[in-house]
Design a protein around this ligand. Sequence first.
Ligand code: DX5
Ligand code: ZN
Length: 214
Amino acid sequence: MVKIAPSLLSADFTNLEHEISRVQDAGADILHLDIMDGHFVPNLTFGMPIIRQIKSVAKIPVDVHLMVTNPQNYLEILGDWKIDYVSFHQETVFHLHRQVHVLKEKNVKAGIALNPATPVETIYDLIPDLDFVLIMSVNPGFGGQKFLTLVYEKIRKLRKIADEKNPALLIEVDGGINNTIAPKLIKAGTDIVVAGSYIFGQNDYQKQIQSLRQ
Ligand code: DX5
Ligand code: ZN
């Protein structure tokens, strides 16, 4: 069963707790938090104190997507706060294996995120160590961008590698997803669908979330 993870990037930040309870009541499975540093991506969002406060009010698992150049500075503390899923980008870290195990030692579900131009083969040897892979279907930095169809092939390729090396691996896809794209992603082997503007851009969050599951 696919999990739907609303990205709070498109939520009303002046009413964050209300937005979180609205998506939870609407059937969201996971809260996706986009952390941007103005270096790895050309945008800034929010940081550690807000992540901590969101975790303290969330009733569903929290998924932190680190789009930052030095993710290793934040992994242990996110583990101490019992964040459920954490991903950082392949493009940002030299010692991926070491950082993945920092998360695993804290019992955090560990994920590597891949930019659209980064092949899945770059993490081939790490697949057995990972809980999930986050495949970006836009260039990270902004909500509301156009979905890149090149990811379908990446998902199929990754699913095939995972079937051999780590059948429990979850595939998360993030960026530009709506209700016509989601079924194709699910068919290709996606386990977690992230959606920001598609959910928060409308009044009826339940309807939007349900339409992604169909
Ligand atoms: C992009 C972020 C995404 C984004 C998704 O850098 O990682 O999570 O918020 O938003 P939509 O669904 O609007 O593309
Ligand atoms: Zn994201």
